[in-house]
Design a protein around this ligand. Structure first.
Ligand code: CA
Ligand code: CA
Ligand code: CA
Length: 485
């Protein structure tokens, strides 16, 4: 999807001043004890915790993750020689610390260490600074009505308007976040649906809700450690993806699948550490769905770290969605579907055109995990079937601008790619959770697949997964599940 996302993901290597001394760098050291020990533990967790109400599942899982980190990290840091400048995490039991190459090699052999990864880019400063350009206030929203608004073809093909009309489900009560490049929160289709951190007084230079981040009103930009998430650049990637989730049609055309869900804006491009921070934030601030319209190639063993993070977030009640990527025709040898969409629990969304034929660029499976030491499952040739479902990567998804944001109309609404397929499915997940807030994330994925319209070849396949998402059937299934539970 966006190769630019990777520009910051370079290894920090910093020589010590005096000549002859060893180079040191930042490493992410993963502790031995984790919530889920291996691939099998995820299924066990579902069996044990599938019946918990959503709020309880999240509270309990976050408490367990934090308890493991609190219990293990003092010993871990002592074994690493008590390094200074420690950045602890809890979504996985891990610390980011500066180590010499010798110490990093020695750390790999420690009993309390599962794995040592090179830490990628992260900002030096913590906490945030600066102001947001405009402070939106929460106005009472009218119930969503189609009225005279236009509905683009993709929403009709996904059977979305029937959910709004017949089931009266529009996403109310669900917070969706998108890890993207910022967005235009002033956009008329978005401004009423921005998530607002009600515990934070904006632009006063203080961290009123004491979550460690100053003035985080709409979410947070972890890449620059700033509260401002406004993107005024020409690309508007985050505005496009957000409009496909919650765009409410104030401008005349409804672009969003869930026009009464709320959108939390998070930036975290750079690597696994910033993604971990973003997951922690989104979980604690109440997001139920995360859209990730990015793809990271060639991560090697670091794929395991991403998978552990994703599985832990899912255990805490978060639905993870990511486009399948656009790399089918890029190389002589087809490239394996990337991260995060290649992770088993992440809903990987491929793309078809309006005739339901696979888009020529849409990345295809299978995905292998046999080479990743923490897991070693899904060996080729069978591997893990991906994508999981398909939606529409465009073009002409009805995205409309205003005088202020004409920049993203300049291409005549001809943009396409699976960056745009994923958000439509993230929107469907929001509808399902709005209809049944206690549906666990793994059931959201299962119901999405079991209600999809299978496309050729028959059954779940490596081109179109379980098929084209049918929002009406998926939400109906979510409602039936509510009655059974
Ligand atoms: Ca704060
Ligand atoms: Ca404040
Ligand atoms: Ca099929």
């Amino acid at each position: 999807m966006k190769p630019g996302v990777l520009a910051l993901a370079s290894l920090l290597v910093l020589p010590l001043g005096a000549s002859g001394q060893e180079e040191w760098a930042y490493y992410l050291v993963l502790g031995k004890s984790q919530l889920l020990a291996d691939g099998g533990a995820f299924a066990e967790f579902q069996k044990e915790n599938g019946g918990l109400p959503a709020a309880e599942l999240r509270k309990k899982t976050i408490a367990r993750l934090k308890a493991i980190a609190a219990q293990e990290q003092p010993g871990l840091l002592a074994a690493l020689g008590s390094p200074r400048d420690v950045r602890p995490l809890w979504i996985v039991n891990a610390v980011v610390v500066p180590l010499s190459q010798t110490k990093a090699r020695a750390a790999q052999a420690l009993e309390c260490v599962r794995w040592v990864y090179p830490a990628e880019y992260f900002p030096w400063e913590e906490g945030g600074a600066g102001k947001v350009a405009e402070v939106l206030s929460r106005t009472k929203r009218e119930p969503f009505a189609i009225g005279r608004k236009r509905i683009p073809w993709n929403l009709k093909e996904l059977n979305v308007p029937a959910v709004w009309k017949s089931l009266k489900v529009t996403g109310e009560g669900v917070v969706v976040t998108s890890f993207d490049e910022g967005l235009n929160y002033r956009h008329r289709d978005l401004r009423k649906n921005m998530w607002l951190n009600s515990d934070e007084i904006p632009n006063n230079g203080k961290d009123d809700d004491q979550n460690g981040l100053v003035d985080d009103l709409y979410g947070f930009d972890f890449t620059r450690m700033k509260a401002e998430v406004l993107d005024a650049g020409p690309d508007q990637h985050g505005t496009l993806t957000s409009c496909l989730i919650v765009g409410d049609g104030t401008g005349g055309q409804v672009t969003g699948v869930a026009p009464r869900a709320e959108l939390m804006a998070v930036r975290a491009e750079g690597g696994a550490y910033l993604a971990a921070r973003a997951f922690q934030y989104a979980l604690e601030e109440g997001a139920r769905v995360v859209n990730m319209s990015f793809s990271i190639p060639d991560l090697g063993e670091t794929r395991g770290l991403w998978r552990m993070m994703a599985e832990h977030a899912t255990c805490a009640g978060m639905v993870l969605v990511s486009g399948a990527g656009n790399f089918r025709q890029d190389a002589d040898v087809p490239e394996q579907i990337r991260i995060p969409e290649g992770i088993p629990c992440v809903i990987c969304v491929g793309g078809v055109d309006e005739h339901r034929r696979l888009a020529p660029f849409s990345s295809t499976g299978p995905v292998e995990w046999k080479s990743v030491k923490l897991y070693q499952d899904f060996p080729l040739p069978r591997g893990l079937v991906k994508p999981d479902v398909v939606a529409f990567p465009g073009p002409r998804l009805g995205l409309v601008g205003t005088d202020d944001d004409a920049s993203y109309l300049d291409d005549g609404n001809l943009r396409q790619g699976n960056s745009l397929s994923g958000p439509q499915v993230a929107g469907v997940c929001a509808l399902m959770l709005s209809a049944n807030p206690d549906l666990p994330p793994w059931r959201v994925k299962e119901l999405l697949e079991s209600t999809a319209r299978d496309l050729v070849p028959r059954g779940k396949d490596n081109e179109t997964g379980a098929g084209l998402v049918n929002a009406f059937k998926a939400v109906q299934a979510a409602i039936r599940e509510r009655k059974r539970r």
